[in-house]
Write a protein that binds this ligand. Sequence first.
Ligand code: ATP
Ligand code: MG
Length: 452
Amino acid sequence: MTLRSRFTLFTVFWLIFILILYNVFVYFFVIRVTTRGELAIMTNKTNLVLDTLKQQSMRGYEDPKLLYDLYNPNEMMRIVTVDQRVVNQVGDKELLSLPPIPRTSTLSETRQINGQRFIYLAVPLFDKGQFLGTLEAARRLTVLDGYLQILVGALSVTSIGAIVFAIFGTFWFTSRLTGPIGQMVQTMREIDRSGKLQVVKLGGREESVELQQLVRAFNQMIEKLDRTIEHQKHFVADASHELKTPLTVISSYADMLKRWGRDNAEVRDEAIEAISKETQRLQNLIHSMLTLAEAEQDAWLNVSRFDVFGVIRELSETLGITFQREIRVHSDGNATKVTMRGDKDKLRQLLMILIDNAIKYSKEPIDVRVRANKNIIKFEVTDYGIGVPENEIPYLFERFYRVDDARRRTTGGSGLGLSIAKKIIDLHEGKVEVYSKPGNGTTISIQLPRNL
Ligand code: ATP
Ligand code: MG
């Protein structure tokens, strides 16, 4: 069932329920109020008779003059004696045909005769405590029933009108309300059919806030997907380009070897050296690409509590020895142990990427600083090397981005290191900042929560 029909059905049923309650209440309320009025008329009349009788010391109740003035074709009045005899009567024949009953207590009620309602009133007559008989009175409710019929008609007409209006109103309203959803569905189908991403356009109409949010969220998702796909395309293009270059070098050196390698030792050595270097670069590149691909999967992190300071010290020492460079590690307060929760191997890799860059792009000693408070741990890798121009800083973390290709030839970097670093930082919910000045050096500062 569509949202629209559901909404309409719900509103209509709810309205019908309310109308029924309301109509029943009005109907019975009107009946009550009006019968009370009719009863008051009859009570007045019986009181009049009683007063007259009292003035005559309860005598002369057979006198036709007693009831004569009170005649009304829609009513009847009569006096019934103890022995069930009607001694005085006036009024409607049909009402007079009711069986006469002498009652010793007052009674008033609504009754029916031949399908028509009337009110019935009985008042006992006493003379100094002695029961003489009963004064009976009845009055047809024809006028009242006529009004009630009109009332029922009016209530029915207004109720049906309200329901019809409600059906059309809700239908119109829900069409307006669900219009954008239909539009979204259509756009999704279109995307599915054509394979091309597109956003939903909001009509100029005033849509509800929730729908605007829905459409906006949908469009944001589409835009993000679009960006991701665009990214992927670039990545594939860049990656093929990066892979092609070393392969071209390897294949041309292999050709050279084939032709002259057997006779010329110099050519052979140069070719072997180049092939080995390019193979190494290819290996590094593929390794980095695989790391990035892996990082896209969930549950890439393997979280545990460990001593970062220990990791930093040990890594700096190893890299310092390997690359024959001075790497100084500082901590505030001369702490010897700083623990945190995170993926130890990934954070080691992150530090390695930063220190590797510092080694590659500088010749001076390198400083690594660790600072920690209760919730945050911060580390900085500073080098005093070539630095990065300010306008290039925002792009450093993009895949395959290198500040200039001239550096690449000497250092052999693929431009993936910092994008892997960024991924690791993001997965640890951390922040990174770069401070650099060409010729003066670079500081990369990373802030991570201590308890991931
Ligand atoms: P690799 O994938 O081998 O790390 P890479 O070092 O070229 O290659 P990134 O680590 O991503 O790639 O760095 C991107 C670019 O940023 C580098 O090519 C370099 O131009 C610049 N860069 C990074 N770190 C520094 C630094 N400490 N000093 C100067 N330039 C830097
Ligand atoms: Mg690097």
